[in-house]
Design a protein around this ligand. Structure first.
Ligand SMILES: NC(=O)c1ccc[n+]([C@@H]2O[C@H](COP(=O)([O-])OP(=O)(O)OC[C@H]3O[C@@H](n4cnc5c(N)ncnc54)[C@H](O)[C@@H]3O)[C@@H](O)[C@H]2O)c1
Length: 636
């Protein structure tokens, strides 16, 4: 029986027309009830007369129901909105009835005249019975379909989001949670009850949790500071509790809240920082109606830049990458998300001059975001040839074409590893920066060249967070290169928002560096990720130290300190103070380096890099000997 009911509930049990019939039946019956309750003294209680009048009444309510569509919703999902609609449609019906009654049937003896008392009583009874019908269906549905909740949980946040979460849990027949109460930081809310659950302080919740063995907290606050989120998550993790989050309204899938959206807290939630305030107006003006080329569009940074660009009124976004499958995936994602802005996918290699010239010729981009690069430090240490060919060669081709085709803006994505580099990858990016800056000093040229520098982004391809996730899934161990190694982190959206903002500040020629916040110990990150997975460090998963990799620094340079930067109007973006190079000599050295790719070995190529970037000192690398040789030559 229950199975049959469930089956029928899956689809609509009552069609809208059936609901309309039931609603009208209520109107008719409540009219008779009103007559019986409050017999009209001016008439005898004659059945035929009442029936005629009730048809008359039903007709007015029918018109009101048809206009308001109050019968079209699915009853088991009725809420405040539907209940208001019922009230409004009944009100419409009663107004019509009242008006006709007063205008056309003033004669007390008319067989259509209905007393005002009865009209009002009937209206009230209709509203009450129609609402009761909806509530009953809703309750019966939830009684039949509700499974036994298994996990006791607190909802953190007794505001709007907390109550929406509670409703989402209650409305879900598959609910997994039994909400024990709400926790809130506002003392004004303590001791009140919400949806029949107590609201309490964190301290009180701790004692309740101990008594009732509650080990799940659902965080449901719209505007919570990252600091508070970190405090709450640390407290939960230290107690071995599970912390879940209800996404904020803007992140609901299909604009709906339901229990399935409650998800485990992610490391990005904890390490993320306060939301960045962008100068939307300036970015909008800068991007409006423009053709924009994004290179490396399939990568972590490039793809997020594309997503963000498509939110602005751009003319077209050209997504260029050499990685076929990844650019295909991005294309499919945009199609699936019904992105209505025009975009074009180009499968091409930025180091192929002729292909790039064709792209510039066909699309005439006005703005370029250059995020195509090889970025893995150990790999570039092993293959300096590729670092020079792709990172330096690709950037030079794009920058030179940008001048030739009078592009308005060229935004180069660089990295903190370019600051006092210790490896081939960082140095290749520093050479790109030097080349771009030298170009920007040729005043008569069109593109404004902007370089953006920032540290690691959380969750990017091949970075530490996806690596730890894979290691946790495999049962460990988590590999940390050194117990004291630290890194600065940003989320991908945060970094890309700043790239956009930076692209539209300054006159050109600046290196804009981002405030990366506080450094994070990778060992602490590993421990937090194990705990977030509900596992115990050492007992379930071990952490091992594997030793620093070639070219790897223990601590990364602080990008944005007062000594080496100047402020801008954006608190998180600074102008880096760097030495300016003269274009002709830089261009000559870069061209020689690119020509040398044909006949020189890795060591000679790296020596050329060291010549162009004197601050480059190899660390933990076979190229350290080049630094020693250089010192010896200087002493001779
Ligand atoms: N990921 C980070 O943590 C981080 C932090 C700061 C700066 N950056 C910088 O941002 C840039 C992009 O990094 P990412 O994390 O997006 O890397 P990624 O590897 O995810 O993306 C790079 C993209 O460039 C493409 N590409 C490589 N060679 C190409 C070529 N010859 N032609 C066309 N496309 C080519 C790749 O296919 C890839 O899709 C790099 O310069 C990196 O140094 C990255």
């Amino acid at each position: 029986m229950k199975f049959l009911l469930l089956k029928s509930f899956k689809s609509r049990l009552l069609s809208p027309w059936w609901i309309l019939v039931i609603d009208l039946a209520i109107v008719g019956n409540t009219f008779i009830l009103a007559y019986l309750t409050l017999p009209d003294t001016s008439f005898s209680l004659e059945i035929k007369g009442i029936l005629t009048k009730s048809i008359w009444v039903i007709l007015f309510y029918l018109i009101a129901y048809l206009i308001s569509n109050s019968y079209k919703g699915i009853i088991r999902h009725s809420g405040y909105y539907e209940f208001r609609k019922i009230f409004e449609s009944c009100f419409g019906g009663v107004l019509m009835l009242f008006a006709v009654n007063e205008l056309f049937f003033q004669n007390e003896l008319s067989s259509f005249r209905i007393s005002r008392h009865i009209i009002i009583l009937h209206f009230l009874l209709t509203v009450i019975f129609t609402l009761t019908f909806r509530i009953l269906v809703k309750e019966i549905f939830s009684l039949i379909t509700k499974k036994h909740a298994t996990v006791d949980a607190f909802i953190y946040g007794a505001g709007e989001m907390g109550q929406i979460s509670m409703e989402a849990i209650n409305n879900d027949k598959e609910t997994r949670y039994n909400v024990v109460g709400f926790i809130d930081d506002d003392p004004g809310k303590w001791n009140i009850r919400l949806q029949n659950r107590p609201v309490m302080s964190w301290k009180k919740a701790l004692s309740v949790a101990e008594k009732k063995d509650v080990k799940v907290i659902i965080l449901a606050i719209n505007d919570i500071s990252v600091k508070r989120k970190q405090e709450i998550s640390t407290s939960c993790l230290n107690r071995g509790w599970k912390l879940k989050v209800m996404p904020t309204v803007r992140n609901w899938i299909d604009g709906l809240s339901n229990q399935n959206q409650i998800r485990d807290i992610k490391i990005e939630d904890i390490l993320g920082r306060e939301e960045i305030k962008l100068n939307q107006q300036r970015i909008m003006e800068g991007l409006e109606g423009k053709v924009i080329l994004v290179t490396g569009a399939a990568g972590s940074i490039g793809s997020e830049i594309v997503r963000q660009l498509l939110r602005f009124p751009v003319k077209k976004v050209i997504m260029l990458d050499i990685a076929e499958s990844s650019i295909y995936d991005l294309q499919q994602e945009l199609i699936l998300n019904h992105v209505d802005k025009p975009f074009e996918v180009i499968l091409a290699d930025v180091t192929n001059f002729h292909r790039m010239k064709e792209v510039f010729d066909s699309f005439r981009p006005q703005i370029i975001f250059n995020a195509a690069a090889y970025k893995h430090v150990p790999l570039m240490e092993a293959f300096p040839y590729e670092a020079i060919r792709v990172n330096i060669g690709g950037t030079k081709i794009l920058a030179d074409l940008a001048i030739q085709f009078e592009v308005e803006k060229f935004v180069m994505v660089s990295t903190d590893k370019a600051v006092n580099p210790t490896n081939v990858m960082g140095t290749s990016k520093r050479i790109c920066e030097i080349y771009i800056q030298a170009l920007s000093q040729l005043k008569s040229l069109k593109p404004a060249f902007i370089t953006t520098r920032f540290g690691n982004v959380l969750g990017s391809n091949g970075s530490v967070v996806p690596l730890f996730k894979k290691q946790i899934i495999k049962g460990g161990p988590l590999t940390v290169t050194h117990k004291d190694i630290t890194r600065f982190f940003m989320t991908i959206p945060e970094a890309c928002q700043l790239v956009l903002e930076a692209g539209f500040m300054g006159k050109g020629g600046e290196i804009l560096v981002f405030d990366m916040g506080e450094p994070v110990k990778i060992y602490d990150l590993a421990k937090a990720m194990i705990r977030l997975s509900g596992l115990k460090i050492d007992e379930d998963i071990k952490i091992i130290f594997t030793g620093l990799r070639p070219g790897e620094k223990l601590y990364e340079e602080l990008l944005a300190c007062r000594e080496n930067t100047l402020p801008t109007h954006h608190e998180k973006i600074m102008i880096g103070k760097v030495i300016r190079y003269e274009y002709d000599s830089v261009n000559q050295k870069v061209e020689e380096m690119l020509k040398a790719l044909k006949n020189e070995n890795d060591k000679l190529l790296v020596a050329r890099m060291k010549e162009l970037v004197p601050e480059y000192k190899s660390e933990n690398s076979l190229y350290c000997e080049l630094d020693r040789e250089l010192v010896e030559t200087n002493f001779e």
